[in-house]
Design a protein around this ligand. Sequence first.
Ligand code: NAD
Ligand code: LMR
Length: 336
Amino acid sequence: MAKSPMRVVVTGAAGQISYSLLALIARGDVFGRDQPVDLVMLDLPFAKDAMEGVVMELTDCAFPSLKSVTATCDQTEAFTDIDVAVLVGAFPRKPGMERNDMLAKNAEIFKAQGALLNTVAKKTVKVLVVGNPANTNCLIAQKYAPTIPKQNFSALTRLDQNRATAQIAAKAGVTSDKVTGITIWGNHSATQYPDAWHGKVNKDGAEVAASAACNDNAWLKSDFITTVQKRGAAVLAARKLSSAMSAAKAIGDHLHDWICGSEGRWVSMAVTSDGNKYGVPEGLIYSFPVTCQDGTWTVVNGLEISEFSREKLTVTADELSGEAKYAAEFLEKASA
Ligand code: NAD
Ligand code: LMR
């Protein structure tokens, strides 16, 4: 029997990530070629013409699973009856702007979008936040959408996981598909902790620990971590634009595994901490290793955490607690 269409909204639809992402979704690479999609694009009014151009291109691709495509600047229209919301649009950090100023600007955007999703989206909607600061923006959207289950909110750290996996693959001399179990802990920021200690590499038909395949623990404790932590900045410095193609690929990977299942593999997603795992405070949107089945993620529990790792898990949790506190204070003051 034919599947009923899935209604998917992408915000920031005229931006550079969306230019790659929309085609992945429309082609069926994310939800499957047999899953019809009603695609909704949302951006600010100044970007309306650019969005219309992308609509023309999507139409001209003649994708069989793209049932309809709508471009709008009306948030209510965009979020009504939505099944999947990919929140890419955000206020960018401008030269000279403090990180807290950017947090504050985005807190207002994600408060409004969370409240609107709460009112008009399906209660089963799955929300992926990409716009930075992604973890804290997700926390805010979730807070203002109290009738949508907390399980249904996540933020993107899959790009970091893919970056880390590619680094391990290169070091071990294999292709990326031979590497599993690489984890990103914490914030999508320079404090994130890329962790290869539970990773595995399939080399010459045998599965070995990633640390054995890399055979360089000093590198795993230093350059591997900093390369992944600073990769976004390195791409930005080289391209004069932030990562877009790789971000779109990671969004597709995240959505596919969350909604269609991760088939037992563990993947990294920033999700709500229940306060009972790995010492992460309750309520933070923190990147954990998870498995996904039937649209539900479950944190991989009970991994051994060394002293070295423990310290790094705490640093990134502390940063997230600080961001959450700042955003909450800002929103409280703004509504007083
Ligand atoms: P971009 O500037 O090319 O596009 C952003 C688009 O969002 C613009 O068209 C803008 O008009 C729109 N927009 C801004 N506010 C909006 C709002 N309130 N509603 C709807 N649309 C809005 O940026 P980009 O390169 O596509 O990146 C988008 C965001 O993703 C940035 O915040 C970036 O830092 C972030 N990002 C996150 C990750 C991650 O791994 N989490 C990776 C890469 C980029
Ligand atoms: C990335 O990791 O590439 C982005 O989050 C960088 C950015 O600031 O947009």
